[in-house]
Design a protein around this ligand. Structure first.
Ligand SMILES: *Cc1c(COP(=O)(O)O)cnc(C)c1O
Length: 374
C-alpha cells in the first residue's frame, strides 16, 4: 500500500490511509469466491468507519450493485453518495421498517428488510395502496435478534397470502457462528434456511456474510452479504487472511524523552523504566479509538523496527519505548496499524474483534484516501 508522506502535512499528527484499490480487490475476491451467487456489500456504520461515500462509490465502480446498511439514515446518505436517483444500485435497510418510515423508503428508493409479521402486513398494505416496491423478508434461524421468529414463520407459510402485494427482492437470514467453522449451529441454520426458502422457490435466498462465504458453497445460496472482509479483516480467525489490508494508521512522534534514571511512564505508573530508555509520545489515544485496553499490549513499527506501547493509553496520547530506534526524531511517523500489526492483531491485543477497531477509528485522524474512486 502506498504510504503517505513520511512526515505528513504539517497540521496532521495522525494519518489514516484508506486504500480503495485494496477494497475493490477484496470485493472482487469475495465475488469470485461466492460465484455464481451475487455478491452484495454491507456498508453500515459509515462503511465500517472508513467513509461510506468513498467506500460505496469504489464498490459500485468494482461492479457491486446491491448494498446493505443498518439504519434508514445510512440508506439515505448512501443513495446520495452513489449518485441519487440516477444510480441503479439497490440499497436495503437491515434494521427494518418502523412505523412512519414508509415514505422515506419510497422517496430514496430504499428496500425495507421486513423483520416481523407486523412489518410484512404494513408493507403489503402500503404496496397495495401506492404500488409495488421491493422488500426483503428476514427469517431468524438462530440469532434471536432480528427477523421473523419460528412461530411467525409457521404462521406465514401456513397463510402465504400474507405476502400478497409484496414484490420480494429476497429472503435472508444471518449466521450466528460463521467465524467458528466447526460450530454445529452453522449446519443447523443452513438446513433450516434451505427448508424455508423451498417454500418460496422463486425468491433469491441470502444467508452468508463475510465468514459464511468461507464455510463453502452450501452457505452461498443466491446472494452473499460480506461486510468486514471487504475492509481487510480476516474472515476466519486463526486461518491465513486472504484479504488485502485496507487501512494503515500512522502517528507522528510529538516528543521524545531520554530517560536515564528509574521512573514510571503514564497514568497509574503502570510501566517502570529501569535503565536508559527512549520514550516517544504519539498523538493518538482512546478518544481516537485507540482503545485503552491496548495499554501495555500493543506494538507499533518505526522504520521496520517493532516498538512496544508502554504505560496506559490516555485520551489523546500514547507512549512507546523506542530504544531500539535511536535515530527517531520528533516529527517522524510511527505505524500504529500496518502490515506488522494489522487490524486483527490490534483487535487481539485489545481483547476485541476487528469490527470494533474499524468502527472506532477516530474523527481526528487526517483521512487520506488512495486509489479507487474517492
Ligand atoms: C453486519 C451484517 C452483515 C455483514 O457482516 P460481516 O460479518 O461484517 O461480513 C451481513 N448481514 C447482516 C444481517 C448484518 O447485520
Amino acid at each position: 500500500m502506498p504510504s503517505p508522506n513520511v512526515s505528513g502535512p504539517p497540521t496532521a499528527t495522525t494519518v489514516l490511509t484508506i486504500d480503495l484499490d485494496a477494497l475493490a480487490a477484496n470485493y472482487k475476491l469475495l465475488k469470485q469466491r461466492a460465484a455464481p451467487a451475487h455478491c452484495a456489500a454491507v456498508v453500515k456504520a459509515d462503511g465500517y468507519g472508513l467513509g461510506v461515500g468513498p467506500v460505496g462509490r469504489t464498490l459500485q465502480a468494482a461492479g457491486c450493485t446491491r448494498f446493505f446498511v443498518a439504519h434508514l439514515d445510512e440508506g439515505v446518505t448512501l443513495r446520495e453518495a452513489l449518485g441519487g436517483a440516477g444510480s441503479t444500485a439497490t440499497i436495503a435497510v437491515l434494521n427494518g421498517l418502523m412505523p412512519g418510515q414508509e415514505e422515506v423508503f419510497r422517496a430514496h428508493d430504499l428496500i425495507p428488510v421486513l423483520n416481523d409479521l407486523e412489518q410484512v402486513a404494513r408493507w403489503s398494505n402500503e404496496c397495495r395502496a401506492n404500488g409495488p416496491h421491493p422488500s426483503i423478508l428476514h427469517l431468524d434461524t438462530g440469532m434471536c435478534r432480528l427477523g421473523l421468529p419460528p412461530d411467525e414463520q409457521r404462521t406465514l407459510f401456513d397463510d402465504p397470502q400474507r405476502l400478497d402485494g409484496l414484490s420480494l427482492a429476497g429472503i435472508m437470514s444471518h449466521l450466528a457462528c460463521a467465524d467458528t467453522p466447526d460450530h454445529p449451529l452453522n449446519r443447523q441454520q443452513q438446513s433450516d434456511f434451505a427448508a424455508a426458502i423451498k417454500r418460496l422457490p422463486e425468491v433469491d435466498g441470502s444467508l452468508a456474510a463475510s465468514s459464511g462465504i468461507f464455510l463453502g458453497p452450501d452457505w452461498h445460496f443466491d446472494m452473499v452479504r460480506p461486510g468486514v472482509a471487504l475492509y481487510g479483516v480476516a474472515p476466519t480467525p486463526g486461518k491465513p487472511n486472504p484479504m488485502a489490508p485496507v487501512i494503515k494508521l500512522s502517528g507522528k512522534i510529538i516528543q521524545i524523552r531520554h530517560v536515564d534514571a528509574p521512573q514510571t511512564v503514564g497514568y497509574g505508573a503502570t510501566h517502570r523504566v529501569t535503565g536508559p530508555t527512549l520514550v516517544a509520545t504519539v498523538a493518538a489515544g482512546y478518544a481516537d479509538g485507540y482503545l485503552r485496553s491496548l495499554s501495555g499490549r500493543a506494538s507499533a513499527n518505526i522504520g521496520g523496527v517493532t516498538v512496544p506501547v508502554v504505560g496506559r493509553v490516555s485520551m489523546d496520547l500514547i507512549t512507546l519505548d523506542i530504544s531500539n530506534a535511536p535515530a527517531a526524531q520528533p516529527g517522524d511517523m510511527i505505524d500504529l496499524i500496518g502490515p506488522h500489526f494489522d487490524v486483527d492483531a490490534v483487535a487481539d491485543a485489545a481483547g476485541t474483534i476487528g469490527y470494533e477497531i474499524l468502527t472506532s477509528l477516530g474523527r481526528r485522524y487526517q483521512r487520506h484516501y488512495v486509489g479507487g474512486t474517492a
